[in-house]
Ligand binder design. Structure first.
Ligand code: HEC
Ligand code: HEC
Ligand code: HEC
Length: 130
């Protein structure tokens, strides 16, 4: 009897250990404002982004390098879109959001859906600075 209880308790502990971090990894954060890279030359207003407004999409539609289990990282994490000077290239910060050829990017996905998905005009995302 005692042994059964112990077994059950350790099972519970294991489940908690493995399940809780996963829950955390798949919880999308609240609305946010996406900021340009530190130190980069800025020409536009920062962009508001709503995870809730994109809840119908798979996380990997945007977090395209995510392995499905580890913690999700931002676009400008080390080794990712850290190049603020170039509009092209794998590491381009600009490209992460505007690549017309990739549906991982804001503009690419919105354009592919012919504007029915989300805004495609510069000022719709970058409100004019007043
Ligand atoms: C679907 C939303 C969206 C649209 C449409 C969009 N952008 Fe962006 N843009 C972003 C996001 C997100 C960033 C990254 C955050 C930031 O830097 O403000 C960004 C950053 C930038 C940057 C680098 C940062 C800066 O302020 O200089 C430039 C330049 C830029 N966008 C220009 C444009 C131009 C030009 C257009 C129209 C052709 C455009 N964007 C359309 C979302 C968008
Ligand atoms: C439509 C695109 C899109 C989808 C879908 C999406 N995200 Fe995001 N997520 C973003 C953007 C953009 C950021 C801001 C990254 C930045 O500031 O560099 C972000 C940031 C995050 C961050 C914070 C990362 C950090 O440390 O800065 C987490 C965590 C996250 N998302 C989790 C999720 C999860 C979980 C899902 C699926 C339920 C999801 N996201 C779906 C675009 C998306
Ligand atoms: C893989 C496709 C996809 C990507 C990538 C994507 N979007 Fe969207 N976006 C959508 C869809 C679909 C809608 C329409 C959602 C709805 O109206 O129910 C939308 C709607 C929007 C809207 C208007 C509604 C709202 O939620 O406020 C904004 C603003 C927006 N997206 C910004 C962005 C920005 C900024 C990024 C990049 C950081 C981005 N989107 C990336 C598919 C995408």
């Amino acid at each position: 009897m005692k042994r059964t209880l112990l077994t059950m308790l350790s099972c519970l502990a294991l489940v908690t250990m493995f399940y809780l971090p996963n829950l955390q990894a798949t919880e999308a954060p609240a609305d946010m404002t996406i900021q340009p890279l530190e130190g980069m030359k800025v020409t536009k207003a920062p962009v508001d982004f709503s995870h809730k407004g994109h809840a119908a999409l798979d996380c990997k539609a945007c977090h395209h390098k995510w392995d499905g289990t580890s913690e999700i990282k931002g676009c400008a994490s080390e080794g990712c879109h850290t190049d603020g000077a170039n509009k092209k290239g794998d590491h381009s910060f600009y490209r992460a959001f505007h690549d017309m050829k990739s549906e991982n990017s804001c503009l690419g996905c919105h354009r592919a859906n012919k504007g029915k998905a989300g805004p495609t005009k510069c000022n719709d995302c970058h409100p004019k600075k007043s």
